[in-house]
Design a protein around this ligand. Structure first.
Ligand SMILES: [Zn+2]
Length: 101
């Protein structure tokens, strides 16, 4: 992933899977085993939103928590803020309480 180019080893997941049992989160990452799960709800969204969710989770392989270093990395993606707004809008419209964990 070019936004994390200086972490070629760290930002490599062991698996990325679609899941449909993840109702509170768009995506999740378990740094201990380097697995990433993405909600099926993201599957039909525009590619740039899917890219944001994937980048968000990949960044957790480098920085596990939502600290400033984490958001600095995520903000390298030019549409990060727009994607977050898109996800908030979908969440609100659907009456969901989704977060981008
Ligand atoms: Zn997160």
């Amino acid at each position: 992933m070019r936004y994390l180019h200086e972490y070629p080893g760290a930002a490599r997941p062991s698996s990325v899977r679609w899941v449909n049992n993840q109702n509170g989160r768009w995506g999740s990452c378990t740094p201990a085993d380097r697995t990433i799960r993405l909600s099926h709800r993201v599957q039909d969204m525009p590619d740039w939103v899917l890219d944001y969710v994937l980048l968000h989770e990949l960044t957790h392989l480098v920085v596990p928590s939502h600290n400033s270093a984490f958001w600095d990395l995520v903000s390298r993606y030019p549409r990060a803020e727009r994607a977050r707004g898109f996800l908030e809008g979908v969440s609100a419209a659907a009456g969901l309480d989704m977060s981008d964990d």
